[in-house]
Design a protein around this ligand. Sequence first.
Ligand SMILES: Nc1ncnc2c1ncn2[C@@H]1O[C@H](COP(=O)(O)OP(=O)(O)O)[C@@H](O)[C@H]1O
Ligand SMILES: [Mg+2]
Length: 222
Amino acid sequence: MQIYINKLTFGYGIKTVIKNLSLTLNQGDYLVIKGKNGSGKSTFIKCLLGINDVKPGSIFLDETDITAFKKWPKFGYVSQTFDGFNYEFPITVSELLNVSSANNVSVQTRLKLLDQMKIFNIQNQNINSLSGGQLQRVFIVRAMLNNPEVLILDEPTASIDKQNKTFFYETIEALNKQGITIILITHSDSMEHLHYTHVLEMYADSTNNFSTRQHSTEGGDE
Ligand SMILES: Nc1ncnc2c1ncn2[C@@H]1O[C@H](COP(=O)(O)OP(=O)(O)O)[C@@H](O)[C@H]1O
Ligand SMILES: [Mg+2]
């Protein structure tokens, strides 16, 4: 999918959160979004996913204006702190994935994802018994079930330990190598070791700065 943002401006009421944001991402790109709390990162993602209504002409997905776009299964989304999710609900991992997926997802697809995320063996556990790291993996599997072209992760490492973080970044890297576009929001992690291709920095005064990554000439391991 090509994502083309054309001078997007968005706010809540009289408060402008995003001013004049333009960028283009092509299939297989890896965008990191940085910025302090409140700078508008989650707001931007909600614009991109059609959750926040934007003006026609400001976002095009595969050359279709977002106001007319319908192919939402092309996006996988893991929201910040899985908001709106009821952790107390007595439901197993399998059951959660059943109710979350489109009805044409093959059993093989699901099992392969569970295996890739190394949570094959917790399928029958109740979700309220899982650790933060395990729960996150379940949500990534859920986001990947419909075989999306773009995977969006909003501050995915905020509440997991170092070991889970390492595994998480390796997994995202592998998915990106498979050709999936990655959009990753972070406000704290050091990104130097990641193979991202673009950076969007967002600021509290609603300005922003989008750039293609400049690869360092040192090291030369690629
Ligand atoms: N639904 C909303 N209604 C009104 N204001 C909001 C809403 N969501 C976020 N905001 C405000 O918009 C600004 C950006 O928030 P957000 O996009 O969540 O930032 P970030 O994800 O970078 O922490 C903040 O000032 C926040 O209070
Ligand atoms: Mg946020």
